[in-house]
Design a binder for this molecule. Sequence first.
Ligand code: AMP
Length: 553
Amino acid sequence: MILSDQSPVRGLMQHWPLTVTRIIDHAVREHGSRAVATRPVEGDVRRTSYARIGALARRIAERLVAADIRPGDRVGTLASNTDIHIALWYGIMGAGAVCHTINPRLFDEQIAYIANHAEDRILFIDTSFIPLVARLRPQLQSVEAVVVIDAEASENGFIALDDWLMGTDTKFGWVEVGEEAAAGLCYTSGTTGHPKGVLYSHRSTVLHAMMANFGDCFGLKASDVVLPVVPMYHANAWGLTFAAPMAGASLVMPGPHLDAPSLYRLMRDEGVTFSAGVPTVWLGLLNYMEAKGLSLPDLKRVAVGGSAVPRVMIEKFERDHGIRLLHLWGMTELSPLGTASAPRTEETGLADADTIRLKLKQGRVPFGVEMRIVDDAGAEMPRNGTASGNLVVRGPAVARAYFRREDERPLDGGGWFPTGDVATIDEAGFMQITDRAKDVIKSGGEWISSIDIENIAVGHPDVAEAAVIGVPHPKWDERPLLAIVPRNDKAPTADDMTRWLTGKIARWWMPDEVIVLERLPHTATGKLNKVALRAIIRDLRDSAETHQERKEP
Ligand code: AMP
């Protein structure tokens, strides 16, 4: 391969490092008056602008430098989606430091672990997290100061943001770092082992935001009003708080108020045109709107990702409400966008059933992500829509290692990152997740997609939630077991579920067993925790066996 650096003739274009501060500077200069509305932790909706957010970010950067925060130092945030959280991001990155967004829904021990692992020096928190941080404070070894957003006054060792900012002004010049410098840090909350840190650079963040603004991804415009439901601590709110100011789109920040009535009211009152979040949130909102006979005429598009989109959600958004649904797949390690299910010319105007089939797929990669499926030996598998293999990706916004685990080198020889997802890719380039490598069911040497069975099972009118796991089987190695949570008192029987699934899945996929549970275990980010579910099922089976033995003479 010939590297351009080795060419005798260099391009004569300007050197313009891709640093995050350029995004907010652009928004201030070109879209300074665009509104950013926030429903804070307490109180009514307040309004600010990109101009004021940029000014606050400069004060934050000045104060961080005064506190001896140096380029590369980590500064943590434990905060919901608000205007001030956005200013903190740009202020921290503008001081050359690394903004570490911490997921407050993790267990105490995990929060302490990641804050210590990241060696966070300062923590910015919402008032609602004061009890959490007070509880954890003795364990937070590297934290020198805790600054509280929206606090009325400093107390009990917690400094109010306004007090902390005293004496700063809005003229501070950003601390210059190169585009490869670290800018953000986000730990993934996998279900096994310690969370791992994904360390974004300025360059990867800017490139990802540009990618997010491609027409077939978020495609944000200066006429959009964008509400990120996805939290800023979950893979940088999928890049929306970079992509929106880059495009000059207004932002509406919901704070911690993610229940359906609050979201509905905020979307309606602020005229939100685009929003993004995980399926659970949308199911809640759709059910609420249906029950009350409500609509959202301004809302034109919703992006749904983080887990597979159920068919009923596509039907409800698109058919009942005329809102376009964009199914996304991504990972924290991908910054996070990987694919989007946007149709091409030849795929538009398809019959309803075909459009839905297309949207149930996770979609095509934008420029900036390369993807393929490989077998267990690493050989590329065909793009025929049926061959299912390990999904690997690469690109300028894909992680090459985890923070302070650089020696572990997760990439394969070709620089591909193993996603742990199992997928097909069809001839048109549409990827479809069929399962997860850590959570697959292999029966008689063939894959069974637990996700597909779950999505169909959850469509049963009396099922609120469903999970499928593999249980050991002497002949087939593993067989699927379906666990369901009934929607009300009327729990469907195993026969009901078999009837429901018959004809919708291959016969050999039919779960051997159906178990009714009061609730299913979830991880801190709300995903099904299959490891915990397997343990629950094991216990249930063990005690059933013991019971059986006792009954036998
Ligand atoms: P996270 O890093 O927490 O965002 O989790 C990433 C993982 O979530 C992926 O590797 C997938 O297993 C899963 N995931 C994300 N989006 C989707 C989707 N649209 N359909 C199915 N699984 C998804």
